[in-house]
Design a protein around this ligand. Structure first.
Ligand SMILES: Cc1cc2nc3c(=O)[nH]c(=O)nc-3n(C[C@H](O)[C@H](O)[C@H](O)COP(=O)(O)OP(=O)(O)OC[C@H]3O[C@@H](n4cnc5c(N)ncnc54)[C@H](O)[C@@H]3O)c2cc1C
Length: 463
């Protein structure tokens, strides 16, 4: 990944707004820029675009939406911002949090009204949120969200070139981006641009960068999208951009690694427990799923087992990732715990003692030594289900420092003239430490951040 300085270069083709990456951030940025009147080109390295966005739950948090109002839920950007900051220990960038939370409802309304991408409010309250504010398409899942965005791009006449791996940014003496170079079908091509949006996610898939910036999590297997190679921060660093919140990350403590499949955390909040090979619990499973990954990594073999019952299983079946796991055969079901322990390779006495103990706590509506509160309605009763899981790294939350308009900032705080970033390419709103990730932060910065960056990029060329 390089920067080429060339003030006199002329290009056969120039497109006013170029977007690198066709995940949630890139697709939304492109749609926003096109809606604002700019001609847009999206360049995507994969032959079949998907990004981390397609693996996500597709749930976008937003405050003050029509869907919330219809249910009588009174939410505000401030309340949403307070929840984000509570999880991030007050360390999330306040200007960015304000920009994203204020725009969130408007962006979902815009997608619905202008582009026919219809969101509904997801039942229940996601961990760390003070009320229901997750929104998803009827079909659920990130793949559906992304394909709806692609359809809208097609309708709007936006060109998306796949198998187009951007390698270099061409800049003039004033560090204005004048073109990008990319490899396609074995050839190097160059396209000029007036505005550039970096939407190529973070560096979680790049072992060397993870070891450099996130040494504490380098032991975690990677279960994100392989396109997350840190190209945005490599270009940014070469240009003298500021990197921010670089210690932040998104991990998950219940991943079916063979399929890179994070299981819905609501299984935990609905009553599932996590045990190690000895059948012992080791964490409050109601803490966030991101920080739980490191607890799982610390168990023998870096393995844990989710244990639950028919009631929890039925709830899981309503969620795409869980249904996929069931279809793949990794979920085991047995009438009695002894047989489940044998199937999973978990120590039987340990597992039986753990389930008896948590059921006793549930009977009394009591808490355990990790601070988890158990409820009588969530006692675990046979038949039992179990699945082996690992902790895994899904993404990074640090990235290029941006302002509230999505403009990439230099180390001295001044913005580059025509360089924008959104989604995982930019700093997120999870602060700079483990455990700052609030559910939905990834898609908030991708979808809402993409909208903001796309509009800003378009304003440069249409205004
Ligand atoms: C398994 C999984 C589950 C998740 N679940 C959730 C969830 O439930 N809720 C939530 O909010 N977040 C979730 N996240 C995080 C969320 O998916 C991401 O934060 C978000 O999708 C990032 O969007 P993006 O557009 O920045 O990146 P992506 O969707 O990854 O898109 C970036 C694109 O850029 C392309 N690219 C990279 N480099 C180049 C280059 N040099 N040239 C051209 N193209 C390039 C990549 O191939 C990729 O397609 C999850 C992540 C994973 C991996």
């Amino acid at each position: 990944m390089g920067i080429v300085v060339d003030s006199s270069a002329r290009f056969e083709t120039t497109v006013p707004v170029v977007v690198i990456g066709a995940g949630g951030a890139g697709a939304t940025a492109a749609l926003a820029a096109r809606s604002a009147g700019a001609e847009v080109l999206v360049l995507e390295r994969e032959a079949a675009p998907s990004g981390a966005t397609a693996s996500s739950s597709g749930m976008v948090p937003a405050a003050g939406t029509v869907e919330q109002k219809e249910r009588g839920i009174v939410d505000t950007p401030q309340r949403f911002a307070d929840d984000i900051q509570a999880k991030a220990n007050g360390c999330a960038n306040a200007a960015l949090v304000a920009a994203l939370t204020h725009a969130s409802a408007q962006v979902l309304e815009w997608l619905t009204k202008e582009h026919g991408i219809r969101f509904e409010l997801v039942e229940g309250i996601a961990p760390g949120h003070s009320l229901s504010r997750m929104h998803a398409l009827a079909d659920r899942g990130g793949a559906t969200l992304l394909s709806s965005l692609y359809s809208a791009l097609g309708t709007q006449g936006v060109r998306l070139e796949s198998s187009a791996h951007v390698t270099d940014l061409v800049v003039d003496d004033a560090q204005r981006i004048v073109a990008v170079r990319y490899r396609r079908n074995g050839k190097t091509e160059t396209v000029g641009c007036k505005s550039l949006v970096l939407a190529c996610n973070g560096f979680a898939g790049n072992k060397a960068l993870v070891a450099q910036y996130l040494p504490d999590v380098r032991g975690l297997p990677f279960a994100g999208h392989d396109g997350s190679q840190g190209d945005a921060i490599s270009w940014g660093a070469a240009l003298g951009a500021q990197l921010a919140d670089i210690d932040g990350f998104l991990a998950h403590g219940a991943v079916v690694l063979s399929q890179r499949l994070p299981l819905p955390w609501s299984l935990m909040t609905e009553g599932a427990v996590q045990v190690n090979r000895d059948g012992e619990r080791f964490v409050n499973e109601h803490e966030g799923y991101s920080e739980s990954a490191l607890f799982v990594l610390a168990q023998p073999g870096g393995l844990a087992f989710m244990i639950y019952d028919e009631r929890v299983h039925e709830i899981g079946l309503t969620m795409p990732n869980y249904a996929t796991a069931v279809a793949s055969g990794v979920i085991k079901r047995e009438t009695i715990l002894r047989d489940l322990a044998e199937q999973l390779g978990v120590q039987r006495e340990g597992l039986e003692a753990t389930i008896a103990f948590v059921n006793a706590l549930a009977f009394d509506d009591a808490s355990d030594e990790f601070g988890r509160e158990f409820r009588a309605t969530q006692m675990l009763l046979g038949p039992y289900y179990g699945v082996p899981v690992t902790g895994a790294l899904l993404g990074t939350e640090g990235g290029l420092a941006i302002d509230a308009a999505g403009r990439v900032l230099r180390k001295n705080g001044s913005p580059f003239a025509n360089l924008f970033a959104a989604g995982g390419a930019a700093r997120g709103v999870s602060g700079d430490a483990a455990g700052g990730y609030l559910e939905g932060n990834g898609l908030l910065t991708a979808v809402v951040g993409g909208y903001i960056a796309g509009n800003s990029a378009a304003a440069l060329v249409t205004g």
